[in-house]
Ligand binder design. Structure first.
Ligand SMILES: Cc1cc2nc3c(=O)[nH]c(=O)nc-3n(C[C@H](O)[C@H](O)[C@H](O)COP(=O)(O)OP(=O)(O)OC[C@H]3O[C@@H](n4cnc5c(N)ncnc54)[C@H](O)[C@@H]3O)c2cc1C
Length: 497
């Protein structure tokens, strides 16, 4: 690793960030650069706490770049009677649309209903009541107003849908986001508030000594180690949350897979809900693409090895083809795919889809905060509650949380490099990601800054260009460039079927 590469990250240089984080005690050390850790770093820094965040791989490497990209209250949780959870998430989806409009678009959902089982459990009359409650739980300010359709009305706007025993449909509104951009932009906001952000740095061996937490930090780009001290530590490591001795978290991780196809293979302006037994899946319009998913199966393998298996692909294609019989989708239609792990709290009962999506915040040891479960949609609230707890432990008076009012980025910053639909590749953009958004490897740009890997049919050619530009920016030699391209291809294989 040459000096420019190790100097490449973020608004302040990586060397400066490493010096700062290891030189004097922090108030808050956040471990984990997913959406939850990022939200906490932003909130803590905005309240004036001396904050550092460390991420072992790239920002949003974990679950937070592998979701369905929805800002949702969770209509299915309403059917399970989890009204509190739906209300909480419904309010938060509106908050995100206010503070980050560039990564939040209203998205209408069509939920067709049928006479026969299993669709019978989602009877039209029940859903007509359900969607009105859903609007109401958003404080009457949902992202759009719900409505319903007769079978004829639905077939007019969604001609490909299976007409057999169709009884009609409801339309309700949630939001579409860009999960990894939401993380990066939250961290840009945290960094603007003076939080120190470091990716490719793994925290280990936390120990309390003389009233301060000591953690070993390994810079995985150089293998150098540092000691960081902090008054508090936040364990926001998602699926990895059980891995520290101090952790009180017990997880039941479940795997979810998504496939991306061309939108013209399943034309719809609305997202479509598809029922399979007791589960629901979605077809989600994303620019020129349609995202299909997701699965929900228990997972016990190594976290880093989670991948799309042939049976996941068959399952999703079967469900979609049952809903849209004339589409006849097959493996050749798949442009890209990804697999992620839901860090769900273990409650020991029921099937994977029955596990609660609510979050838990605990302080099992003085100054050590575990935060687990929850959803992308509720990250800001999770952060607010966590920082309230940290302030109380630190003995400061409770300060006001401003994260629901202050935009993540100003409109110019947001339009330049972020958004839901991937921007056109350019050298200028790549320079921006390397200099201001902590991008270090080719994958950081191709997957988590831009989604080009998942969206573009010419992703391979783009990767080659981006590697050339990064080589100029970081002085990579030919070997390094080849290695980056190989790793990018490998990681694509890991997420491809
Ligand atoms: C298939 C699927 C679909 C989903 N869809 C939605 C959706 O549409 N809407 C929604 O609201 N929610 C959705 N979710 C849930 C949501 O994505 C997760 O709840 C959320 O992303 C979890 O974020 P996190 O920060 O807790 O974990 P992560 O994003 O996994 O972040 C944890 C980070 O900690 C890092 N880390 C671990 N150990 C260390 C260490 N020792 N040192 C430094 N760093 C470390 C990891 O590398 C990782 O990046 C979905 C989840 C899945 C799996």
């Amino acid at each position: 690793m040459n000096s420019r590469q190790s100097d490449s990250g973020g608004v302040i240089s990586r060397t400066e960030a490493l010096n700062k984080i290891s030189n004097e005690p922090l108030d808050v050390l956040v471990i984990g650069g997913g959406i939850v850790g990022s939200g906490i770093a932003r909130d803590a820094a905005m309240r004036g706490l001396k904050t550092g965040l460390v991420e072992q791989y790239d920002i949003a490497y974990g679950t937070s770049s592998r979701s369905s990209r929805l800002l949702h209250g969770g209509i299915r949780y309403l059917a399970q009677g989890r009204v509190g959870l739906v209300h909480e998430a419904s309010v938060e989806k509106s908050v995100i649309s206010r503070i980050a409009p560039h990564v939040s678009d209203p998205l209408p959902f069509l939920f067709p209903t049928y006479k026969c089982p299993p669709w019978g459990q989602w009877a039209l009359w029940k859903l007509m009541i359900g969607v009105k409650i859903y609007d109401f739980l958003c404080g009457g300010r949902n992202l759009g107003k719900s409505s319903w359709f007769s079978p004829k009305g639905l077939l007019k706007i969604l001609p490909g849908i299976n007409p057999d025993k169709l009884t009609g449909a409801v339309r309700y509104f949630d939001g579409l986001t860009n999960d990894s951009r939401l993380v990066v932009d939250t961290l840009r906001s945290a960094s603007n508030a003076e939080a120190i952000i470091l990716n490719y740095c793994r925290a280990a061996e936390p120990q309390m000594q003389d009233g301060l937490w000591h953690c070993t930090l390994t810079d995985t780009l150089t293998s150098r180690t540092y000691t960081i001290t902090s008054k508090t530590v936040v364990n926001s490591t998602g699926p990895w949350a059980e891995h520290f001795d101090q952790s009180s978290v017990k997880l039941r991780p479940t795997k979810g897979v998504h496939l991306v196809i061309s939108r013209d293979r399943l034309p719809s302006d609305d997202a479509v809900v598809m029922v399979e037994d007791t589960r629901i899946l979605f077809a989600i319009p994303w620019g020129e693409r349609m995202i299909l998913g997701t699965t929900d199966t228990d997972y016990s393998g190594k976290i880093e090895d989670v991948k799309v298996e042939p049976e996941d692909v068959d399952y999703i294609l079967d469900v979609v083809n049952a809903s849209f019989p004339s589409a006849k989708l097959n493996k050749a239609d798949i442009i890209s795919s990804w697999a992620g792990l839901r860090p769900l709290i273990c409650n020991g009962k029921g099937g994977p889809s029955d596990i609660s999506r609510s979050h838990e915040i605990k302080m099992p040891e003085p100054g050590w905060l575990d935060i687990s479960g929850g959803k992308l949609t509720t990250y800001r609230l999770m952060a607010q509650q966590s920082v309230d707890k940290l302030e109380s432990y630190l003995g400061r008076g409770k300060t006001k949380c401003h994260t629901a009012d202050e935009p993540l980025l100003n409109a110019d910053e947001a339009a330049k490099a972020s958004g839901i639909i991937p921007l056109e590749p350019s050298k200028e953009l790549v320079e921006h990601y390397c200099k201001n958004e902590w991008a270090i490897h080719l994958d950081d740009i191709m997957i988590r800054r831009t989604s080009w890997t998942h969206y573009r049919t010419d992703a391979k050619e783009i990767a080659q260009k981006v590697a050339d530009w990064m080589a100029e920016i970081f002085d990579w030699d030919d070997n390094r460039k080849a290695e980056e391209l190989l790793n990018a291809a490998y990681s694509q294989l890991k997420t491809d079927n």
